[in-house]
Ligand binder design. Structure first.
Ligand code: 13P
Ligand code: SF4
Length: 332
């Protein structure tokens, strides 16, 4: 009896069967067939080039669970970037994350898979805007969300993420702070401290689309669900949820409470990545996609490793001042 010939794709699918197990709950087998060859190529290229892949929680499951070495929220990626020994860091995320990694580990070659991976928050403010705010509010410290360019960080006293914003603001010991550029995050944080917060009208284009009515309807339709909202959502949306936190804090809450049903009011891949690890939990998905996060694909990560593009650099004078603001945050 003759056996049927197999294709390179079939062979790659067979060789990556153990990796597929990690995502089978959220990635259909037919899609894995399209991923398997790139997954194998990326794993081999990482070894050849002495590279590691850092992936944000909003990366798709085949990236997050199958080719990444370090995963997490913005704060964890910044912390971990400092300690990378490998020569090359591929940042599967957006441009400001790659810049932060470069600031914190300047001797490494930091690559972003697609230079168009921006962020509506980072786009909303310039270094000149920060200088203008300082002139308007002399002596008031500037707390800058990491979702900004290095030039904006360089004008700041300290950075923060959604995971540590309250602690950062309270560490300053002042009655007032300027918190840029996310107006919703700033208002959500202000509600948790006695510090007066001066805001800037920046918005995350993904989280601003959720409405309080969306959350009310979701809770009416799924009364058992634990509903968690990212603090880049409006305070009115956060008020309708059971809780709020950075992507890592949402994951922690789900893992500690282990509810039967969960709704994460945030980017879509977040739920996919948690669901892949917790097939016993039912995820309701009122999610929005971040087009910038989707610029990283297995294809663009593979090309970054093959060609060494796109390298992210920060000019020395800006880097020095921006690094100070990020390191002051990490030292807390
Ligand atoms: P965190 O992972 O720090 O919560 O950030 C969310 C985000 O929108 C990053 O762009
Ligand atoms: Fe920026 Fe929002 Fe996308 Fe995060 S989800 S990268 S904050 S646009």
């Amino acid at each position: 009896m003759s056996t049927l010939p197999t294709s390179p794709t079939d062979d790659a699918v067979a060789r990556t069967a153990d990796l597929y197990e990690r995502v089978r709950h959220v990635v259909p087998a037919v899609e894995w067939a399209a991923f398997a060859e790139d997954v194998e190529a990326i794993l081999a290229l990482k070894q050849q080039k002495d590279a590691v892949v850092l992936a944000h929680n909003y990366q798709t499951p085949e990236i997050f669970h199958c080719v990444s070495d370090i995963v997490g929220d913005s704060l964890a990626l910044a912390r971990e970037a400092q300690h990378v020994d490998a020569e090359v860091i591929v940042l599967a995320g957006v441009h400001f994350m790659a810049e932060t990694a470069k600031l914190l580990n300047p001797a490494k070659r930091v690559l972003v898979p697609d230079l168009r991976a921006g962020c509506s928050l980072a786009e909303s403010i310039t270094a000149a805007d920060v200088r203008g705010l300082r002139a308007q509010h002399p002596g008031v410290p500037v707390v800058t969300y990491v979702n900004t360019s290095a030039e904006v960080k360089a004008e700041s006293d300290i950075c923060c993420t959604s995971g540590n914003a309250v602690a950062v603001i309270e560490s300053l010991g002042t009655d007032r702070v300027i918190m840029i550029p996310d107006e919703f995050l700033a208002r959500n944080v202000a509600a948790q401290t006695g510090v007066e917060v001066i805001t800037w009208p920046g918005r995350c284009e993904v989280h601003e689309r959720f409405t309080p009515g969306d959350v009310r309807q979701l809770r009416a339709e799924h009364p058992e669900a634990l509903v968690l909202a990212h603090p880049e959502c409006s305070p009115e949306v956060v008020a309708e949820a059971h809780g709020s936190g950075s992507t890592a804090q949402m994951l922690d809450l789900v893992q500690v409470r282990r509810p039967p049903q969960v709704a994460l009011i945030t980017e879509c891949s977040m739920s996919d990545n948690v669901a892949a690890q917790h097939p016993d939990i039912d995820f309701v998905r009122p999610c929005n996609i971040c087009p910038h996060m989707r610029r990283s694909t297995l294809g663009t990560i593979r090309r970054a490793l093959e060609t060494g593009t796109h390298e992210v650099t920060v000019p020395g004078d800006v880097a020095e001042r921006a690094r100070r603001a990020v390191e002051r945050m990490l030292a807390l």
